[in-house]
Write a new protein. Structure first.
Lengths: 149, 149
DNA sequence: TATATTTGTAACCAAATTTGTTACGTATTC
DNA sequence: GAATACGTAACAAATTTGGTTACAAATATA
């Protein structure tokens, strides 16, 4: 997987920290170390997934669409998956269409990789954006913006 | 992730089915729907990981280095990871080096993504190449080469 | 109303990645 | 010695990814 999942989580944690105040793509991009347009792209995806709202115009920016406790990393993962290829690209494999191992390998692999992905999903579902924010707080040295909040 | 994991699993399942008979890269490539050189590359990686042996010369090819029951999908996953970027590329994210959310986000995300990856690994460890082969047998229609073995 | 701000999105570019392919030296069997 | 088959380097095409510019649309505010 690419960096989108990590950056998206970064964005959401920042928004959780901002608590209701819209945060501009410029601020988010600066924090995440990327370009504002990249942030807006991600925010668009997150918005389609119902995780954030965004406001145009002066003083605008992105906000969480619901409490940070009710947004899991699985939600983020799913939102990002809309844009990305599968984790285990079984289907893009091109097995021999003949009647041999190749043809059925595809569905077999899907069945066998499935539980692994499910396990990962379950683990991701157990972590909320609020927890990410809280964990961030622990790691933040005192005196940093956000260390107290 | 790319198709390498799926194709590598395909190769190993085929070798499990061949039971001791070396299988050439050409045969494997034909079954997996790719190029013999691609197969040899993957076999090289699997060989470095100690999962297969290979024999040069006429009648040569690849063989499992140990019983198929003792090769898990986690072994395959790990072998492939040697060649690939991380599943969740937290580290290649470029967060702001200042004293703010960005700097610590990296280690926080690593800590939070870790359990998800562990969960996936555990699930992969629970599946052996022998099981893949067995599962394949179920899906194979009768009369196909390998349907009986 | 006019201006400044900010999003949404298209378009494009450069870099990296991935897969396929050719080529060729080396090892092994017959 | 010929045929087979691997190991690997080198290269090309296609795809993906992240960054950037550009600009219309929306919104707050003076």
């Amino acid at each position: 997987m690419n960096t989108r999942f990590a950056v998206a989580t970064h964005i959401l944690a920042y928004l959780a920290h901002a608590e209701g105040q819209p945060v501009s793509s410029e601020v988010l991009a600066s924090s995440a170390g990327t370009h504002p347009v990249v942030v807006r792209r991600l925010v668009s995806t997150l918005r389609e997934a119902g995780l954030v709202h965004s406001q145009r115009g002066a003083g605008g920016g992105a906000l969480l669409a619901r409490p940070a406790t009710e947004i899991s990393l699985l939600d983020v993962f799913r939102a990002m998956q809309q844009t990305e290829p599968d984790l285990f690209q079984v289907s893009s494999t091109n097995p021999n269409a003949h009647c041999d191992l190749g043809r059925v390998m595809q569905e077999t692999l899907e069945g066998l990789f499935g539980p692994a992905i499910d396990a990962m999903r379950t683990a991701l579902a157990a972590v909320s954006v609020a927890q990410v924010k809280q964990e961030l707080g622990k790691h933040l040295p005192q005196g940093c913006p956000g260390a107290s909040g």
